[in-house]
Design a protein around this ligand. Structure first.
Ligand code: KG4
Ligand code: ZN
Length: 335
């Protein structure tokens, strides 16, 4: 048995987890900056990196303490090196590399999106092939998982991400940040058939587009001066449009690739309506990580690290960089 540390600082969560080699989460300590960025209506990169710098060592300390481990017990350090906010990633990577150098511990770079996918494996046994939807504030991607080491990108969004559509929609409705949580909460007391907000159905089978739906919400609000009295039903209808599009494409991909399980990851996977509808459509095949592993967290980074160690061996070059966005195009020939 050995132990790995997962470090995540790509956006506004400073999160560190200690995981054993049999994937048991011994600790997952997170300092969320949501309250700090709320007043700006979104994440301010420089404020985020400053806070990562202040919190990273205390969060590492509390994660080790909660796991009843010390740095000497750690066999590998796994750290997010992209995609994300460069100055935020640099705090986690520089800290991980420094601890690795002093403690003579190998440090491995982890792709944030692969981390989100791996979050589904923490609490569940996954059969292959499976489809995974990663829906977060910056990404909306579908992947075909053929094994623990083979994740193929099938499609992504042409414009806004699903989480971004929630966040921008919430801003239009005068709600707080992050918008997804607020819209989810208000929707519970509204009717999802109150108004139909259209979502572009692209010719491409699996690609997403969410920039139009927020514009149609803006038009609706501008045209209906008394909209506020229907805010619950407007939220619910807006949410329904996003969820419907996510599920339609995911279902198409699940059928096309004969998916054994259908996985949902990223912050948007916390959405209660998405969970409800996915379980109706996919029944027991639907896999959702618990909420603490959907939003950004160190455990998913540790989990992805473990998968890489087990499947690709453990030779790492400590000179790895950070990167802000993935230039990867869907790598499946979909004819
Ligand atoms: O994965 P995540 O924590 O960070 C990124 O990698 O972006 O996702 C954050 C996103 C935000 O856009 C937030 O509005 C959305 O996840 N989110 C939700 C819910 N909780 C968080 N969206 C819909 N419903 C929710 N309950
Ligand atoms: Zn994320």
């Amino acid at each position: 048995m050995y132990y790995v540390m997962g470090i995540e600082t790509s956006c506004d969560e400073t999160s560190v987890s200690i995981m054993s080699s049999n994937s048991e989460v011994l600790s997952n300590s997170t300092f969320s900056q949501i309250d700090i960025h709320k007043k700006y209506g979104g994440v301010v990169p420089e404020i985020a990196s400053k806070n990562h710098l202040e919190k990273i060592l205390p969060v590492i300390d509390s994660s080790l303490t909660a796991a009843k481990k010390s740095i000497k017990d750690i066999a590998y350090i796994c750290v997010t090196n992209g995609p994300g906010l460069i100055n935020c990633l640099m705090i986690g990577v520089a800290t991980g590399k420094s601890i690795g150098l002093i403690g003579n511990i190998p440090v491995m770079p982890i792709n944030h999106l692969e981390g989100h996918i791996a979050s589904c494996f923490i609490e569940n046994k996954i059969d292959f092939p499976s489809i995974c939807l990663v829906a977060s504030g910056g990404h909306t991607n579908l992947y075909l998982l053929e094994s623990e080491s083979n994740f193929k990108l099938i499609s992504s969004t042409r414009d806004d991400a699903a989480g971004e559509a929630f966040d921008k929609g919430a801003k239009i409705l005068g709600l707080g940040y992050p918008g997804g949580i607020e819209i989810d909460r208000l929707s519970k007391d509204g009717s999802n058939s109150f108004h139909s907000f259209p979502i572009a159905d692209l010719e491409s089978d699996f690609d997403f587009s969410f920039s139009g739906v927020k514009t149609s919400l803006k038009y609706y609000i501008d045209k209906n001066k008394n909209w506020k009295k229907n805010i619950n039903s407007i939220s619910s209808s807006y949410q329904e449009a996003i969820i419907k599009s996510l599920l339609e494409k995911t279902e198409k991909a699940a059928m096309r690739f004969k998916s054994k399980n259908v996985l949902f990851a990223g912050g948007v996977a916390c959405n209660s309506r998405l969970r409800e509808r996915a379980k109706e459509i996919f029944k027991a095949r639907a896999i959702f990580p618990s909420n603490q592993f959907c939003t950004d967290n160190g455990a998913m980074i540790a989990m992805r690290g473990l998968q890489k160690i087990k499947n690709e061996g453990s030779k790492f070059d400590n000179s790895f960089p950070v990167f802000s966005s993935t230039k990867v195009k869907p790598n499946l020939d979909l004819d």
